[in-house]
Every structure is written in C-alpha cells, then in structure tokens.
Design a protein around this ligand. Structure first.
Ligand code: COS
Length: 395
C-alpha cells in the first residue's frame, strides 16, 4: 500500500470511529456514565486504531506520530474522556514497550494491545509526590527469577480497568536507581481503588494502583535495571505531544460549542465582541502547529523534550483560556452542568496538570535554555549550578 493510500484509509477510519463510536457516547461520557475505558479501546481495536503507533509486524497500524495527534485531536474535539483513554493506551501505555521492549516482550503483549483486547496504562506518579518523579518510593526487590513490587501509585488513568501497567519502581538510589516493569493486572497482589469523582474527564477512570508483594518475572523488566527513569521520561516526551493534541481538540470543541450555541439561538447576539472568537481560533491554530512540529520531530527520531514541553505548555494553557472564553460567550446557559461549553471548560483544566504540570514544563524549558543554548540568549556567563541573579539555580 502506498503511503498516500495508507493515510487516506487511516483518515477514513478515524472519521468513522469518531462519527460512529465517539459522538453517540459523548454526552454519557461527560456525565461519567459512558462505556468503560476497556470498551473504548476494544472499539478502537475494531476500527484498526488501538495499535496506531504499533509496527505492522506486531499487529498494529504502523502509523506515525502525525497520524496519532490527528486521531487524538479528532476524538478530543468530540469527547475528551475517550481521547485521554486512547492517548494513554497508545502513548505512555504502549510506546515504552515499542521503544524499549525486547522481541519476546513485544510478541507477548503488542498484538493484544494493538487489537484492543488489552488496555494499557502507565504508573509513575505516587501519593507522596507527583512532580519529583525521581523521588518515587514503590520498591522492586530482586528475589530469585523475579522482582517483588510493593507500594502505591496514584492518579493512574484507566487504573482498575487496564490489563497491563508500565510500572516505574525503585531498585536503587536516585534517578539511576529506578527500573521499568510490565505488570499484568491479573498478577496476585495487584489491586485498585475506586475511580475518583473528578471535576472533568468524568468518563475516564483515574484510580490508585496498589502493588502488594507482586512478583514480576525477570522477563518483564522493561529495559535495563537502573534505566527506568529514562524509560519514563522519554515516554512522557512523546506523551506530552499527545496531551498537546488533546488540548487542541478540546479548544476546537469549545469553538464548535460556541458556534452551535449561537446557531441554536438563531444568530450571534448583538453585544458579542467577535474579537474574542477570533482570538480563540488564532490561539488554537497556533497550538495545532506547535503540536504538529513536535510530532514531526518524534517521527524524525529527534530528541523532542524541549518542543514537547513547549507544545504541551502552550496548547494546554490555550485550551483552558479558549474553553473559558467559550463559557463566557455562551453565558448564561453555559452555567448548566451539561452545556457543551461547560463540559469543555471542566475537561480542559486537567490538561494543565497531568503528564507533567505546566510548572514542570516551564522547568524543562528554562533548564534547556540555560544548559544548552547560553550563547544565544546572552547568559553565557551562567555556568552549571551557579546562582542566578533572582536566586534560582541554573541546573
Ligand atoms: N529523556 C531521556 N532521559 C531523560 C530525560 C528525557 N526527557 N529527562 C531526564 N532524563 C535523564 C537525564 O539525562 C538524567 O540521566 P543521567 O543521570 O544519566 O544524567 C536523569 O534522567 C535524571 O534527569 P534530571 O536530573 O533532569 O531529573 P530530575 O529529577 O531533575 O527531574 C523532571 C526532571 C522535573 C523533568 C522530572 O522529574 C519530571 O518530568 N517530572 C514530572 C513527572 C511527570 O510528568 N509526572 C506525570 C506522570 S504521568 S500523568
């Protein structure tokens, strides 16, 4: 199949999936009363989309990150809950296995994930501390031919419904004492708390994952021992591009909701300042371009840490601002819990928080400027670890 034909077929699958599967369930998902995450991924599997990024040799669609962001944006435009379920499954749930897995691990798990028979999740965050990922405490102790995992992970998307978790656990000290594991949900000692009652994204499950002496065979260690922080960070590099795409979709959905609201009311009210609508569109278009740029870098095999953080920061701040403007333009009806503009506004906020808060994205961007490009910015005299005039550190 030529690349063009492949892309056309993929675009059709995405359109069909959004129209046939996502649109009908969107209102129920917004109330937290829709199908389970597993059912969403099964349906994506039936449409050939649950393994969008998985190589064809392992049962996937062999798609690019450009395809991936278009898929996530298209779903988020209609229903953000479905999009985060799919984003986590395809991205941080499956990609570490594609990038760091050995042949045996890929053969055992990728076909099941790509067909939608299994749902994947990513378990890094812990109850004691979210942003300082290197301080994680879930312990993995080597014992015979297995690692024994003990501790709790918090705020796990699809927690309680996933079949396979990429778990990041401590095997030594500091960032280099962290290792990644593939943990089957059916393993003795794995359990989950109930899904949280959330402000937005109510159709996606977010739960605690408890690991109580879970024996994970050596064959399920993902990458080398001590390499888990790099597995997690590079998963997040690409994952943040997906969240950026999700934010673009939510912003676009807020614009759609505003236009539909006016259509239902028979036109634009006389007192509306249309420059607000124009700004919503311009910011969303800019966020989309940043997301595409970051996705193109991933597809080119380039390091995307900086551009993923810039895209994630800009797009998610944009989606909150655009969704808020949508609520204002649709007021007072938009104060109703089920008004589409209100749903967008509630869903938008989480994008600034997960896969690295926007404060963390600013840390990543600022560190990059100080570490890698001092000459361009006129701060060449600031060395590694030296005090900045404002009292911060340049590391
Ligand atoms: N890709 C590959 N390797 C990376 C990396 C990346 N993006 N970022 C860091 N690393 C490596 C570093 O090269 C370093 O390796 P060496 O020790 O071999 O030099 C190691 O990881 C530690 O890096 P660093 O010192 O930068 O780590 P910090 O503890 O300072 O933390 C931040 C860095 C703040 C960026 C990290 O903790 C982070 O991203 N936190 C947010 C976590 C998050 O997103 N949580 C959401 C979970 S999913 S909802």
């Amino acid at each position: 199949m030529s690349a063009d034909v492949h892309r056309t077929a993929l675009v059709r699958s995405i359109e069909g999936f959004v129209h046939d599967v996502v649109s009908p369930i969107a209102p129920a998902m917004a109330r937290g009363a829709g199908p389970s995450p597993k059912r969403i991924v099964e349906a994506a599997g039936e449409a050939g989309l649950a393994g969008l990024l998985t190589p064809i040799a392992y049962g996937g669609a062999g798609g690019s990150h450009r395809d991936f962001i278009e898929f996530i944006e298209a779903v988020a435009r209609v229903d953000a809950s479905s999009s985060v379920i799919l984003d986590v499954h395809l991205s941080v749930g499956t990609e570490p296995l594609i990038v760091f897995g050995n042949d045996d691990q890929k053969s055992r798990y990728l076909p099941r994930l790509a067909s939608g028979a299994w749902l994947a999740a990513f378990a890094l965050t812990e109850p004691q501390g979210g942003s300082d990922a290197a301080a994680l405490q879930v312990r993995a102790t080597h014992d015979g031919g297995a690692y024994v995992l003990t501790g709790s992970k918090a705020f796990i998307t699809s927690g309680g419904d996933a079949d396979l978790y990429v778990v990041i656990a401590r095997t030594g000290h500091g960032a280099r004492g962290v290792t990644a594991f593939l943990v089957e949900a059916s393993s003795p000692g794995v359990s989950s708390g109930p899904p949280l009652e959330k402000m937005g994204l109510r159709g996606s499950w977010t739960a605690e994952l408890v690991l109580d002496g879970v024996r994970v065979p050596d064959e399920n260690r993902l990458g080398d021992e001590g390499h888990g922080f790099t597995v997690a960070m590079s998963a997040l590099d690409s994952g943040r591009v997906g969240i950026s795409a999700q934010a673009v979709g939510i912003a676009q959905g807020a614009i759609d909701a505003t236009l539909q609201h006016w259509r239902r009311r028979g036109g634009v009210p006389d007192d509306v300042d249309l420059s607000t609508l124009a700004d919503m569109e311009a910011r969303t278009a800019a966020a989309r371009q940043l997301t595409r740029h970051a996705a193109a870098l991933v597809d080119a095999g380039a390091r995307v840490t900086l551009d993923a953080s810039i895209a994630k920061l800009y797009s998610t701040d944009t989606c909150v601002a655009v969704a808020q403007a949508g609520v204002d333009l649709c007021a007072p009806e938009s104060s109703a819990d089920d008004h589409p503009a209100a749903v967008r506004f509630r869903d938008a906020k989480a994008c600034q928080i997960y896969e690295g808060t926007n404060q963390i994205q600013r840390v990543v961007i600022a560190r990059h400027l100080l570490r890698d490009r001092p000459a361009h910015r006129g701060i060449g005299s600031i060395g590694e670890g030296r005090r900045l005039p404002g009292g911060g550190r340049s590391t």
